[in-house]
Write a protein that binds this ligand. Structure first.
Ligand code: AMP
Length: 539
């Protein structure tokens, strides 16, 4: 194994496994910023060979960390004096974007730029970027061929070629296109192929185009599973936090550990949960021993009900009576899954393990099931009505308990009587219902309209200023999506959206403005935290 880079100033103690892979300081720093603590199995095994320029065949799918497994070596092997040096072919536009963003993050401190090219986007922008000589291009086969045909993409200096999700490309009928692209690249190059499955056609492709490849398979190992009730909920990416909240409310989680992949996710999720009124705290490798002990102490004593953690931080945790383990992000493999869910149901008590799954992760879920040799039961995300039914029963039980307790209610009865005398048009049922409204939803449920002054919006609306704009790639759909998903207001009540280079204005109904502001502040737009303020009228 290569030696640890000596000039490194980054906090290597938090990046033990990555530092041992012989990465440069700048890449280690980027990985630290991305919040990765340890290399995933595929990364641990791919990176050393790929850094030496070997061809690689990886049997791995999304969620295993395969992007960084090829992205890190690509960034490390760049030689900045020439044009396009690495090409990644992906089956879909979404994947191209994701891969491009992830490699750009890895290359951040090396000043490395990446360019996603896919159909549907204007050619001019892509051509300009290609002319400027981006070193790493990530694209879908059709558009890549177009560029090759127009002479706007030159592959003659490619050093690394990656085929990502090869089996998907096969299913989508892209194999011929891929072979044409391969033919335009120099013979002398590194080729990496990643695929979740290896049908004969993919095997043929590998034999034809890869030279003495290192084969890396992250085989789902058979592992022993503790006696824990296991279920998964299907969620769609954007409303994960909302979905999690519903699950938390429905499942009556007394003391739960919620697992995330990265330190960043831990911080963001624990904050978002606190903003929603849960007693949540996060732990990960950046905490000092003291901070860690303090959080764990509060969790043991019940001051914190939800512990949000990375796998590394949760290792060796010894906490009794964890009622639920929740995989906010699906774990990397069956072994990690079993480690996680083993945190619940200790000391003879039963526990529940819940995993949130996006439709595109179903294959990973099946792999997990194969690895543990069990089916994981599907549960439907509770609707607002289900939650209300549950809450109703709870409130009724609480009220009955107070009424039966024999506690004196004289003072409060007096208060009700006064109200009834003052307000001729209400009766005692109204008062009781209003009191319950406060109890159930808190004062927040009653929209209190703040005075935002003149923000230059249409009547009845408030114009909000957000500190991201075109330069951050923001388009109107991002704003609508973020506002609607984070604050729960309907997309069609959102008013005018003006996007400038470095900031954006959006108009929202006055009654919702406070909520939207808070929701955006604690959430993200296109993966970025933002600052939101009421706009000031232009003079
Ligand atoms: P991929 O399989 O490349 O699609 O990666 C799945 C997700 O895992 C992405 O969000 C990555 O940012 C994240 N990820 C990749 N490697 C690691 C790691 N070593 N530790 C934590 N998260 C990771």
């Amino acid at each position: 194994m290569p030696e640890v880079n000596e000039e490194s100033e980054v906090r290597q103690e938090n990046l033990g496994g990555f530092a041992a892979l012989g990465l440069s300081t700048r890449v280690l720093k980027a990985i630290q910023e991305m919040g990765f603590e340890e290399p995933s199995p595929i990364q641990e095994r791919t990176i050393p060979s790929a850094m030496q320029g070997r061809d690689v065949i990886g049997r791995a799918q999304t969620g295993t960390g395969k992007t960084a497994a090829f992205g890190i070596p690509i960034v490390e092997r760049l030689d900045r004096t020439i044009g396009v040096q690495a090409l990644v072919i992906t089956p879909t536009r979404e994947l191209a974007l994701q891969v491009s963003e992830e490699i750009a993050r890895i290359g951040k401190f090396r000043g490395v730029k990446t360019l996603p090219v896919y159909g549907g986007q204007p050619y001019e922008r892509q051509i300009r970027a290609l002319r400027m000589g981006v070193p790493i291009v990530i694209g879908t086969p059709g558009r890549l061929l177009d560029h090759l045909g127009r002479g706007t993409l030159n592959l003659s200096r490619i050093r690394t070629l990656v085929l990502d999700e090869a089996d998907e490309m096969l299913d989508m009928g892209f194999i011929e296109d891929i072979e044409k692209i391969f033919a335009s690249a120099p013979q002398e190059r590194q080729t990496m192929l990643f695929s979740a499955t290896f049908p004969p056609e993919i095997e043929r492709l590998s034999r034809r185009y890869l030279r003495d490849p290192v084969r890396i398979a992250i085989a789902p190992e058979q592992v022993t599973v503790p006696q824990t009730e296991q279920a998964f909920y299907e969620v769609r990416g954007h409303d994960r936090i909302e979905a999690l909240s519903r699950v938390l409310d429905m499942e009556t989680v007394e003391r739960g550990i919620i697992f995330c992949r990265t330190k960043k996710e831990v911080d963001e999720l624990s904050e978002a949960l606190r903003a929603r009124g849960y007693m949540a705290a996060g732990i990960h490798g950046d905490l000092t021993q003291r901070e860690r002990e303090r959080v764990l102490g509060r969790f043991r004593q019940g001051e914190v009900e939800l512990l949000v953690a990375t796998d590394v931080a949760a290792r060796g945790l010894d906490i009794e009576h964890v009622s639920h383990v929740i995989n906010y992000e699906i774990p990397q493999d069956a072994e990690a899954y079993v480690h996680r869910i083993g945190r619940t149901g200790r000391a003879g008590r039963s526990g529940v393990a819940i995993t949130l799954i996006e439709p595109k992760e179903f294959r990973q879920l099946r792999d997990l099931e194969r690895g543990i040799g069990q089916r994981i039961q599907r549960r439907e995300l509770p609707s607002l009505e289900d939650l209300w039914d549950k809450r109703r029963e709870r409130v009724k039980a609480e009220l009955r308990a107070v009424l039966r307790s024999g506690r004196s209610l004289a003072q409060l009865r007096e208060l009700v009587r006064e109200l009834l005398e003052d307000e001729a048009e209400i009766d005692s049922l109204d008062v009781a219902a209003a009191a319950l409204q406060l109890h159930v939803n808190g004062a927040e449920a009653v929209p209190v309209e703040e005075d935002f002054g003149d923000t230059g919006a249409e009547p009845g609306m408030v114009r909000l200023f957000i500190n991201v704009g075109r330069a951050q790639g923001i388009v109107p759909a991002d704003v609508v999506r973020a506002v609607a998903n984070l604050s729960g207001i309907a997309g069609n009540v959102i008013g005018v959206i003006d996007i400038y280079d470095r900031f954006t204005f959006v108009e929202v109904p006055k009654a919702e403005a406070t909520r939207v502001m808070h929701a955006l502040q604690s959430g993200q737009i296109k993966g970025r935290s933002v600052n939101v303020e009421p706009a000031r009228r232009r003079s």
